[in-house]
Ligand binder design. Structure first.
Ligand code: PLP
Length: 438
């Protein structure tokens, strides 16, 4: 009997024993194509020799040194490289162990920034209904995914949620995509006014929505209007690129494609590519200076922040990504999209195929004409996940028609190293899953 506490206590999970490029092998020898990189994590695949060598070399020198006493070479070097590529005025990097930690740090930094500035009333956070920002209490409260929040409602901070930019479902007939984006962004303006601008601390959003909406990109102009609104009221813009960042959408940072830069940016997943648990929060020079010239102490931290081995892994990942691997994302993303459109574009239960780069979503509907989703009780996304897994494909389905999450989605986020033949393998195996479910 196992003593491991799995999340899905009724599931009998296979034991993963080796990783080879885009594949994971279990103890029985079964091979799975990692079509979602776990949850958009394994951007370099599973056995990258350079990242493995960098981890070994760092452990040989020093595995861990507490940030209360030391900084480390890999953390310093990685921060310089990240800031060298980061958009706007982002200037400082705070390394953590994952996405939720990055979001918690972002929320607390935003609050402390306003305290240092003498604007103590600013504490309200606005986010979007279709969003996930992590599972720790602050990050969970920020996310719009109601079924995740509900059991912990008494523990939540008071966050309000506006509409996501969800063109497939919400653009009105006769409305241009641009006008739709402006209309929906203006919900932020109305919400800030409703709460009182002097009370609002931050607006939080994923540039391309991941798990809760299946790789949902914004329309052109949406984020520029959001940036404008935040600036008008002195509200901080926190962008969560935990899933869509680090090259996944075709640019190192997803927001580059929307022509905006945030005040605070969170990354994780692809940062360590799964070789080490690592995330980061980047903030502007202005925010850092408010702390530096104020109390001089960020009132937040964990034992493993700035972990040297995690940073060494992320540094090696960064070098691979910027050394050419990330250049594969756009062309391979186009090939994957064409293949998905050819295979599923006319399927009676496929409503939308969307995304950017190697971050692709398929929205499943009961009826294409009305876009009506399936009854969540049917568990369509879970059935597809199971059938795909049996066929040897790992994909990341989410869904259910509960508040912030409308409909069933399949998320594909394969390693950037995938080859042309893998594209066919993904569609073939997904096709087997569709045939098993529908
Ligand atoms: N933010 C987004 C957009 C995510 O997709 C996730 C995880 O899926 C998180 C935050 C939380 O990251 P982690 O699971 O590493 O804590």
């Amino acid at each position: 009997m196992s003593h491991v506490f799995p999340r899905h206590t009724k599931a009998d999970l296979p034991v993963a024993v080796t990783g080879e490029g885009c594949y994971i092998l279990d103890r029985s020898g079964k091979k799975y194509f990692d079509g979602s990189g776990g949850a958009a994590v394994s951007c370099l695949g599973h056995s990258d020799p350079d990242v493995i060598a960098a981890i070994k070399a760092q452990v040989d020198r020093i595995a861990f040194a507490h940030t209360g006493f030391f900084t480390s070479e890999p953390a310093e070097e990685l921060a310089d490289l990240l800031i060298g590529k980061a958009p706007g005025n982002l200037d400082r990097v705070y390394f953590v162990s994952g996405g939720s930690e990055a979001m918690e740090a972002a929320l607390k930094l935003a609050r402390q920034y306003f305290l240092e500035k003498g604007e103590a009333s600013r504490h309200r956070v606005i986010a979007r209904r279709q969003s996930y920002h992590g599972n720790t209490l602050g990050a969970l409260a920020t996310g719009g995914n109601q079924w995740r929040r509900e059991p912990f409602a008494p523990l939540m901070i008071d966050t309000t949620h506006i509409a996501p930019c969800y063109e497939y479902r919400d653009r009105r007939e006769g409305e241009t995509a641009f006008d739709y984006g402006q209309r929906i962004a203006n919900e932020l303006d109305a919400e800030i006014l409703r709460l009182g601008p002097e009370n609002v601390m931050a607006f939080v959003a994923e540039p391309v929505v991941g798990a809760t909406a299946g790789a949902l990109p914004p329309v052109e102009g949406y984020f520029k209007r959001i940036r404008e609104i935040c600036d008008n009221y002195g509200v901080l813009l926190i962008l969560d690129e935990v899933m869509c960042g680090m090259g996944r959408t075709g640019t190192l940072f997803a927001c580059e494609q929307d022509g905006v830069a945030p005040d605070i940016l969170c990354i994780a997943k692809g940062l360590g590519a799964g070789y080490q648990p690592v995330g980061a929060m980047l903030c502007t020079a202005a925010i850092y200076e408010a702390i530096e010239t104020g109390s001089g102490f960020f009132q937040h931290g964990h034992t493993y922040i700035g972990h040297p081995t995690a940073c060494a892994a992320a540094l090696a990942v960064f070098r691979k990504l910027t050394g050419g691997v990330a250049d594969r994302v756009m062309p391979m993303g186009e090939k994957l999209t064409t293949a998905l459109n050819n295979a599923f574009g006319q399927h009676p239960h496929v409503g939308d195929i969307r995304g950017r780069g190697l971050f692709r979503g398929i929205e499943i509907v009961e009826d294409r004409a009305s876009k009506a989703p399936f009854d969540p009780k049917r568990g369509i996304n879970k059935a597809l996940k199971k059938a795909a897994f049996e066929a040897g494909l790992i994909c990341y389905p989410m869904g259910g028609t509960i508040d912030g999450v409308r409909g069933d989605h399949i998320l594909l986020a394969p390693p950037f190293i995938l080859e042309d033949s893998h594209v066919g393998e993904i569609t073939d195996k997904l096709n087997q899953a569709f045939k098993a479910v529908f």
